[in-house]
Design a protein around this ligand. Structure first.
Ligand code: AP5
Ligand code: MG
Length: 209
């Protein structure tokens, strides 16, 4: 199954991807995670991406599309992928369509996790993540990861000003993809303002899993 996860910053794309991976073993590709890894490793891509990410702006399409073409060369993508944070512009969506057509791997669904932007600022300014295992939690977890005892940290782009810019960028550049996928009859929508387990139950039902 090839699935695009749509939804604004903090909608719960990472949280629900982790649940899908745990339950079904899907290959999860998060462009944000790949980019943060590149920044940490100090690669050319990371150096080019850092300024955009810290400001909450989108990294240029050509860098992202090249990065994803490379990622799709890896064998773990063959059985199906969950794309978290890609595509994020119409240019990226068109590039994904051509890439999947070339690979003869059709897209099964574009799943929109729908969340009121008003709840996002509080969610993201209180998010904390584990440096070791990537667990997504929040400030109530304290300094130690409940899963692996690694160190919990706050993402550089989870401050209020940057979160507000990310919301604006989502509305302007990414929200148009909702109509893009509705037009090709692939759009399914889940209410992301419920408890994470309820969101997951609804996702399984919507995707027939
Ligand atoms: P990225 O890492 O993709 O960030 P994002 O889209 O802003 O989304 P987040 O990861 O912040 O949120 P999420 O939806 O995964 O929510 P989560 O599950 O963590 O991108 C970062 C940056 O990289 C971009 O700004 C851009 O610069 C660049 N970039 C990435 N992809 C790009 C692309 N394709 N093109 C160009 N640039 C790109 O949950 C958030 C919090 O809420 C957590 O604390 C969680 O515990 C909590 N939570 C989750 N679900 C619920 C729930 N149901 N109820 C209550 N709390 C919940
Ligand atoms: Mg995420």
């Amino acid at each position: 199954m090839n699935i695009v996860l749509l939804g604004g910053p903090g909608a719960g794309k990472g949280t629900q991807s982790d649940k899908l991976v745990d339950a079904f073993g899907f290959c999860h590709i998060s462009t944000g995670d790949i980019l943060r890894g590149a920044v940490k490793a100090g690669t050319e891509l990371g150096k080019k991406a850092k300024g955009y990410m810290d400001a909450g702006d989108l990294v240029p399409d050509d860098l992202i599309i090249d990065m994803m073409k490379e990622r799709f060369q890896q064998p773990d993508t063959a059985e199906g992928v969950i794309l978290d944070g890609f595509p994020r512009t119409t240019v990226q969506a068109v590039a994904l369509d051509s890439l999947l057509a070339e690979l003869e791997r059709p897209l099964d669904a574009a799943l929109l996790i729908d969340v009121d932007p008003e709840v996002i600022v509080a969610r993201l300014t209180s998010r904390r993540m584990c440096r070791e295992c990537g667990y997504i939690g929040n400030v109530s977890d304290g300094d130690t990861c409940p899963k692996c005892a690694g160190e919990m940290y706050q993402r550089d782009d989870d401050n209020e000003d940057t979160v507000r810019n990310r919301l604006d960028v989502y509305a302007k550049s990414t929200a148009p993809l909702i109509d893009y996928y509705r037009g090709s009859d692939l759009l399914v929508t889940v209410n992301g303002c419920q408890e994470p387990d309820k969101v997951f139950a609804d996702i399984k039902e919507l995707l027939g899993l």
